[in-house]
Design a protein around this ligand. Structure first.
Ligand code: FES
Length: 118
């Protein structure tokens, strides 16, 4: 069942997620961005299972960015990557988003990684 139909049936608000090179998808409000990408058919990496440690779920925003929490900030700062990309496992759908996935599993030659909890 398409995600828009599922969300409409459940009465949830949805946002548009546009992924460079893939398409535009309707995604329920509050869903983790990494899961929204994966459920839309984008093979985004998430090697640490969504714990802000591996940084393989990295995305570049081509639209307004959601707020950054302390866990994501500290992880990116520690790696010297603050301002270079965002972690899709640390963002939830709270607006329409347009992103570019920077590390796709099929391109990197690995499996996507540990399952990310909702
Ligand atoms: S930092 Fe590892 S999945 Fe996001």
């Amino acid at each position: 069942m398409p995600s828009l139909l599922r969300a409409t049936i459940a009465g949830l608000k949805t946002y548009k997620l546009t992924v460079e090179g893939f398409g535009t998808y309707e995604v329920p409000e509050g869903k983790k961005l990494v899961l929204a990408l994966e459920e839309s058919g984008v093979d985004v990496s998430h090697r640490c299972g969504g714990n802000a440690r591996c940084t393989t779920c990295r995305v570049k925003f081509h639209s307004e960015e959601p707020p950054m929490g302390k866990v994501e900030h500290d992880s990116l700062e520690e790696d010297g990557e603050l301002g270079n990309f965002r972690l899709s496992c640390q963002s939830r759908m709270d607006r329409d988003m347009h992103v570019e996935v920077l590390m796709r599993a099929s391109v990197e030659g690995w499996d996507p990684g540990i399952e990310v909890e909702a």
